[in-house]
Structure formats: C-alpha cells, structure tokens
Design a protein around this ligand. Structure first.
Ligand SMILES: Nc1ncnc2c1ncn2[C@@H]1O[C@H](COP(=O)(O)OP(=O)(O)OP(=O)(O)O)[C@@H](O)[C@H]1O
Ligand SMILES: [Mg+2]
Length: 244
C-alpha cells in the first residue's frame, strides 16, 4: 500500500548546518496491516507521519501509494487518494461545528446527526453535548483530540495515520479508544492503519511494530518478535524457549 524508499528529511540550523531528522529510511506499510511506530522522544516519528501526509516534503527519496509516486503531491491530493491523518496536536476550526467537521470528513454533507453521533460516542464523548459545539479554543486539548480521532474514523480511508492518539486523553476514554482500535484491527478490509504510540496496550494490537530512533529504523517486525525486546522481557521469552 504505502512504500517509503530511501527517504531523508534534513533541516538547517541557525548556522545553516544540515541536521538529518529522517535518514535514508525505507519502509513498507502493507495492505490490511495494523502497524504501530514507536521509539524515543525526538526520534522522528511525527516527522515521518508529516512526510506521509504531505505536510513536509522529503529532501531525498520517494514515497509511493498503491504504486503511484506521491512524493510531490499536496496534502489535499493525498487525502483524495485515501490517506488521512490525526495530528499529535490537532488544529482548531473557528466557526465550524463538530457536526460540520464530521460531515466534511465523511464526505457526506447529509450524514445524519445520529450517524455523526456514533463517531463521537466511539471516542467517549457524549454526542448530545458536543455535536453543536464550535471547534474553537473553548474545547479542551483532550476533547479536541478525540474529535479529531472521530473525524479520521468517519473518513474510513485506505490509510489512516494517528499520531499519539492517547496523548492528553483520560484513562476512561483511553479504554474506549483501545476498543475502537481493536475493532478497527478486526474489521480491517482493504485498508491499513499506522499508529504512533508509546502505549503498551496499543503496541499489543499491532500486527507489526516499527521502532524509530535518531531518524532510523532500529527494529521492525511482527509484534511477537519486537514487543518482548521493547519491554525487556527477552530473558523471559528465551527461558520459555529453553523449556520447550
Ligand atoms: N522543522 C524542524 N526544524 C528543526 N528541528 C526539527 C524540525 N522538525 C523536527 N525537528 C526535530 O527533529 C526531531 C524529531 O522530531 P519529531 O517530532 O519527529 O519526534 P517524535 O519522534 O515525534 O517525538 P515525540 O515522541 O516527542 O513526539 C526532534 O529533535 C525535533 O526537534
Ligand atoms: Mg511526535
């Protein structure tokens, strides 16, 4: 579905010195897979998501989506092709109601209030209280984040990218969110999901885990292989293998 070929992203510092944020990164997100990207703060995860969404353009390399080169394509064109993105820090839209935002995302201007409410309920918001609210500064960070996740759910695109969906979300809603992602994993048909996360419970849903540090892939593979390394239970796994 999505393929990054030798992608690099450099920025210049105040002295015009080049800093490599993403370095020669090659990655495939296959069809029907739930991929979780994790790794230390500052490792380049959000930058990778922004490169996929088209917010940033790589300084080298190519990005292919269903075989089409999208490296130079705008965010809007990528969205039309089926890539949707929930930011680590969502944007507020003054003058727009939550209902409008969900209708826009779903691509159906006539989406019923009832159907729009289902997306809000899925992310733990009482739909009645939020559906007519304006998407402005009066919403808390966690509320805004959940509304943004609801819009990505409403989009139902080929590739959904979530950057730290758990950030700023309270424990109760987090449980809900885990269920939403588990359902997405179960109902995956011809789509794929990429989630950036530090949470073990989200890592646990993954088919595949990618560990990104210092702009490079440190490790990648099925959850069963990568997760034990990550949570330091390698010794326990080896001990079990010895017993077999
Ligand atoms: N435009 C930019 N100019 C300068 N530095 C940048 C720019 N964009 C990203 N960086 C730096 O690149 C590194 C990677 O940032 P990024 O936001 O991708 O990390 P991350 O893995 O998402 O971290 P976190 O887990 O904290 O969200 C950071 O050190 C960040 O400061
Ligand atoms: Mg980040």
């Amino acid at each position: 579905m999505l393929e990054l070929q030798h992608v690099s992203f450099d920025v210049s510092d105040e002295r015009d010195k080049n800093i490599g944020i993403i370095e020669d990164l090659s990655l495939v997100i296959p069809d029907r897979k739930f991929v979780v990207v994790t790794g230390p703060n500052g490792g380049g995860k959000s930058t990778l998501a922004r490169l996929i969404a088209g917010v940033e353009k790589p300084t080298a390399g190519r990005i292919l989506f269903d075989g089409t080169d999208i490296t130079e394509m705008s965010i809007t064109d990528r969205a039309k092709m089926g890539i949707s993105f929930a930011f680590q820090q969502p944007v507020r839209f003054k003058g727009l109601q939550v209902l409008d935002l969900i209708r826009l995302a779903s691509g159906n201007r006539n989406l019923s209030v009832g159907d729009a409410c289902e997306y809000l309920s899925a992310v733990g918001l009482c739909a009645r209280d939020y559906i007519r609210r304006e998407v402005n500064a009066s919403l808390s960070g966690g509320e805004l984040k959940r509304i943004e996740i609801a819009t990505v759910l409403a989009r139902k695109t080929r590739l959904s990218v979530f950057d730290e969906p758990e950030a700023g979300i309270d424990l109760w809603s987090f449980q809900n969110l885990i269920q939403v992602f588990e359902r997405m994993r179960k109902d995956i048909s011809d789509s794929s999901i990429m989630i950036i996360s530090h949470q073990e419970r989200i890592l646990n849903i993954a088919d595949e885990i990618v560990v990104l540090a210092d702009g490079k892939i440190r490790s990648q593979g099925p959850k069963e292989e990568v997760l034990p390394e990550l949570i330091g239970t390698d010794a326990a796994v080896n001990a079990c293998q010895k017993l077999l």
